[in-house]
Design a protein around this ligand. Structure first.
Ligand SMILES: [Zn+2]
Length: 150
């Protein structure tokens, strides 16, 4: 479902250093640092250093990428949810979507239920990069795994 393209109120509010990329607010949500390599992409640092993610806007779609709550002890405490709710506030009229690793699927399903995002786009199994994650990387019945397998 495509929605109409709407202009976001993007305002430059500062820079970390003189030559650093601009930090902008989007619809009043502070802390989007321009990802200068790509157009319409930002690191969301509004909840740094606890959590971060990358936001990529394309027309009336917004992809959330690389979501990370940095410290293990900060996980499962609502920090990720709060950050995704920020992104929704910044892009209230965009279709927000993610591709999710298998171990994060339950989290994203909750985000869809709550309306913080609109859809999970990968219905297929997608393992995360952490080869110690037993959800994404179940031990094979033989007990053998390829070295560096993902
Ligand atoms: Zn995983």
């Amino acid at each position: 479902m495509m929605k109409n393209i709407r202009k976001n109120a993007i305002k430059t509010i500062g820079r970390i250093s003189d030559n650093g990329p601009p930090i902008v607010s989007i619809n009043g949500i502070l802390g989007f640092r321009e990802y200068t390599r790509y157009e319409n992409s930002w690191f969301y640092i509004g909840r740094s250093p606890i959590s971060r993610c990358i936001v990529i806007m394309q027309d009336d779609w917004v992809e959330i990428h690389n979501v990370c709550v940095n410290e293990p002890e900060d996980r499962s405490k609502g920090h990720g949810t709060a950050m995704i709710a920020d992104i929704r506030q910044a892009f209230p009229n965009h279709h927000i979507w993610v591709n999710t690793a298998e171990c994060s699927r339950a989290f994203w399903e909750k985000m869809v239920d709550r309306g913080h995002i609109d859809s999970i786009e990968n219905e297929y199994w997608w393992p995360c990069w952490d080869t110690t994650c037993t959800t994404c990387h179940p031990t094979r019945t033989t007990g053998k795994r390829r070295e560096g397998a993902w």
